[in-house]
Design a protein around this ligand. Structure first.
Ligand code: ADP
Ligand code: MG
Length: 781
């Protein structure tokens, strides 16, 4: 029996899902799998676990499991449900990547999908659960999709078979008990055909229960024009207007990332202070020229420490991961601010001063401004659910966690920048990065819907209706938008060998699967099929290779397997900080400003020319001589990042040296992330992101070249020898195993004039010719 407070009970009764309790529970009793669709705020996440608890689905010490794609929701929802049920967090608990409060007494457990995936690795039948709820299935995160595929099989296994519970001594088992597992899939949209119409996934289409929502009308206002860059500034102006001119009611602003959220919060607090006006902090920016000089000096010092013998990296030394221990890092996928691992407001909001149009702080109109994003401390997140102080208006500045995962009470106005930050996968490099793009129409409508929960509301879209018309209707499932080698590696780490047979809700293409498996075999992450089988059953065995120990280590890094291999090998000889930097820099494309663009005037032409010369000179300096030059463009990346960080990564330094400031910021975040990942696996390494990182010594450069070659081994090219020159078009050209046509070292490469015999490259880009970029020398012994 649950002992809820009368007020809580009253609040619950307002939720539309309460009237569906009986329908839902009957469906769950009769079917192994049930889908529940209902608008955000209808009560799915908070109420369904309570229904199940009251119906006894946590009896016999079993647990009701609920997965969330976002950490923020796992924490907040466990707290909310505990409060509603008047139960301790020991009973209604959560588990996310690095923390949790699960106990022996836990009966309802909220967790991120990555956590459940790891549990499946340890106990495939998930015997401690009688029911598992996959929440926010509409988000179609790759890990939600894989979980649904896995659970479809686990449900069958648990249904068909009976499992002996306790072995009571040799041969004498307790009477076999039937232990079915119930699966609930909850979605905020009605778009569930990928689950219901997919015979391979569910032979019997599961019943879909629709929860009617009580949504008040929301008036949508489009901007006449769409601001090109400064949507944060536009948000600021819109909130100011709403606050000054419109009746009471909370404001919810959608931005894309943590830094933006903080910048806007600061600006709004300055404009509408609650108490006193706080002066803005000063930025201290260092003199970049001086800093470069110092970096170069320290490099020269390091060069003195040279070794006599040719050093050799061990290709078998990669065990940074204690066996059996894994990461639960994958859950970070859906957390839109993870790239801000270094914390602090690094994105100096450049337009911050002056763009406010000289507005004076207005203390007569206090605004209660609160940030909301995934990595915000739970107690700060909880503030958004509290009523604002007397006489103030609530304004929550959020990332898209507020789109469907959390419902904030009392919101009447939504300000939507129309953008979202998403992991983007580059088809050429396979590298993932974060990009800000337009949302889909469905997401924009979800955001608008946040305004109509308690009374009619308004949504201000900071883009034109024409732009909205060009949005995608729905976001495509993540799994179809990206190369799958990392995913296959994760599945293999789960011991799913025949990935081709896996019941994906939406499968990736067979070509994508084969390409992924072949690359992983080449990298040593999967065991190659035996030679004899190779001929007979190539097709079949190709897609069922087991994972290797190296593969397991690689699976713990949140980067493409090529780069993961480099990282896995880099614990030797102190190379890890360098490899982390190189991998981070390779992951961000176009570190250097485009200087080959046509000039509008003679003046600009002269400026561009001057800058090109300057950048070429800097590249030569960063590449160095001798051994370090052999690392080629990757040495340039290392030198550029090193010098830039040494200089405090100021926009001025970037401008002077033709570096893209935004790219440098991205690299900084990625270094933070990868350093955290390496430390999680191997805490005694005690790595940190050192802004004053010393350049690698000559031995380390040699190791780094071997490491890079190990990762980019399938991107090998050989210079066409003069005796093989059949045609002039092959002059200075390279031959790669896969391409028939000649490829060339890109003129921007520091190895353009060196023309080493063997090189590895990061990518090939086709313009007037096929050019290799990110080139590094390989020594063939
Ligand atoms: P759904 O999962 O269908 O989107 P939820 O179960 O998350 O809906 O939310 C149901 C209601 O509970 C919402 O109206 C929301 O305002 C309220 N609610 C959820 N969490 C909290 C909280 N921490 N404090 C106050 N109200 C909350
Ligand atoms: Mg929910």
């Amino acid at each position: 029996p649950v002992n809820r407070s009368p007020e809580m009970q009253e609040e619950r009764l307002k939720l539309p899902i309460l009237s569906e309790e009986q329908v839902i529970m009957e469906a769950v009793a009769e079917h192994p799998i049930v889908i529940i669709c209902g608008e955000t705020g209808s009560g799915k996440t908070t109420q369904v676990p309570q229904f199940l608890y009251e119906a006894g689905y946590s009896s016999d010490n079993s647990v009701i499991g609920v997965t969330e794609p976002r950490r923020v929701a796992a924490v907040a929802m466990s707290q909310r449900v505990a409060k509603e049920m008047n139960l301790s967090p020991r009973v209604v608990s959560y588990q996310i990547r690095y923390e949790g409060n699960v106990t022996e007494e836990t009966r309802i457990k909220f967790m991120t999908d990555g956590v459940l995936l790891k549990e499946i690795q340890k106990d495939f039948l998930l015997l401690k659960y009688k029911v598992v709820i996959i929440d926010e299935a509409h988000e179609r995160s790759v890990y939600t999709d894989i979980l649904i595929g896995l659970l479809s099989r686990i449900v069958c296994l648990r249904e068909k078979c009976s499992w002996p519970r306790v072995a009571m001594g040799p041969r004498s088992l307790v009477p076999q008990r039937h232990l079915p597992l119930k699966l609930l899939i909850m979605s905020a949209t009605l778009r569930v055909e990928d689950f219901t119409q997919n015979q391979r996934l569910f032979t019997q289409p599961p019943p879909v229960i629709k929860v009617e929502s009580r949504q008040f009308p929301v008036t949508v206002h489009f901007n006449k024009r769409t601001p090109l860059e400064d949507y944060s500034g536009e948000c600021f102006r819109k909130v100011c207007k709403i606050h000054r001119m419109l009746p009471a009611g909370g404001i919810l602003v959608f931005l894309t990332g943590q830094a933006e959220v903080h910048a806007l919060c600061r600006r709004l607090r300055r404009a509408f202070p609650l108490t006193r006006h706080r002066p803005p902090e000063k930025d201290d920016q260092r003199d970049s020229v001086e800093e470069t000089r110092r970096f170069k000096k320290s490099r020269a010092r390091a060069k003195k420490a040279q070794a006599m013998t040719l050093p050799q990296i061990s290709l078998d030394s990669y065990s940074v991961l204690p066996a059996g221990e894994g990461d639960e890092d994958r859950e970070a996928e859906m957390d839109d601010e993870e790239e801000e691992a270094l914390g602090s407001d690094l994105d100096l909001d450049l337009g911050d001063h002056g763009a406010d149009g000289g507005e004076q702080p207005d203390a007569s109109l206090p605004l209660h401004v609160l940030p909301l994003y995934s990595l915000l401390a739970p107690e700060k997140q909880a503030q958004v659910f509290q009523p604002p102080p007397e006489g103030t208006r609530l304004c929550v500045v959020a990332t898209n966690v507020a789109e469907t995962s959390l419902t904030i009470p009392g919101i009447k106005y939504v300000v939507d920048c129309g953008k979202v930050k998403k992991r983007h996968y580059d088809r050429v490099t396979g590298v993932s990065s974060f990009r800000v793009t337009w949302v889909s129409q469905a997401s924009a409508d979800q955001r608008a819907g946040r305004a109509g929960r308690t009374e009619p509301g308004h949504c201000y879209r900071l883009y034109s209706s024409a732009v909205f018309g060009d949005f995608e209707k729905y976001p495509p499932p993540e799994i179809t938008r990206r190369p799958v080698e990392d995913l296959i590696l994760q599945m293999k780490a789960l011991n799913i060998e025949k990935v081709i047979n896996f019941p994906f809700p939406t499968p990736p293409s067979v070509e994508a699967l084969i390409a992924a498996e072949e690359l992983l075999i080449a990298l040593g992450a999967l065991q190659a099929p035996p030679k004899t089988e190779r001929v007979k059953q190539l097709q079949r065995s190709r897609l069922s290779c087991p994972i290797t120990e190296l593969g397991r280590t690689m699976a713990t890094f949140p980067v493409a397997p090529r780069y993961a291999k480099m990282l896995a090998l880099s614990r030797q000889h102190g190379c890890l900080p360098y490899t982390i930097t190189i991998v981070a820099a390779m992951t961000v494309r176009e570190l250097f400003e485009e200087l080959d663009r046509p000039a509008a005037s003679d003046e600009e032409l002269a400026r561009l020319k001057g800058k090109r010369a300057r950048v070429a000179q800097m590249k030569r300096i960063w590449a160095g001589q001798g051994a370090s030059l052999k690392l080629g463009d990757l040495m340039v990346l290392l030198g550029a990042v090193g010098a830039c960080e040494y200089a405090g990564c100021s926009p001025q330094f970037c401008e002077a040296n033709g570096l893209r400031y935004k790219a440098m910021m991205e690299i900084r975040r990625l270094r933070g992330q990868l350093t955290t990942a390496a430390n999680t696996m191997c805490p005694e390494a005690g790595l940190f992101v050192d802004p004053k990182m010393q350049p690698p010594n000559e031995d380390q450069v040699t190791y780094l070249r071997q490491i890079v070659t190990a990762g980019l081994g399938d991107h090998l090219a050989r210079k066409v020898q003069s005796e093989d020159l059949v045609d002039d078009k092959w002059k200075n050209a390279y031959k790669t195993p896969l391409l028939d046509d000649p490829v060339f070292i890109h003129p921007s490469s520091v190895l353009f004039k060196e023309l080493p015999e063997f090189v590895v490259y990061q990518e090939i880009v086709e313009t007037t010719k096929m050019y290799m970029k990110g080139v590094s020398t390989v020594d063939m012994q």
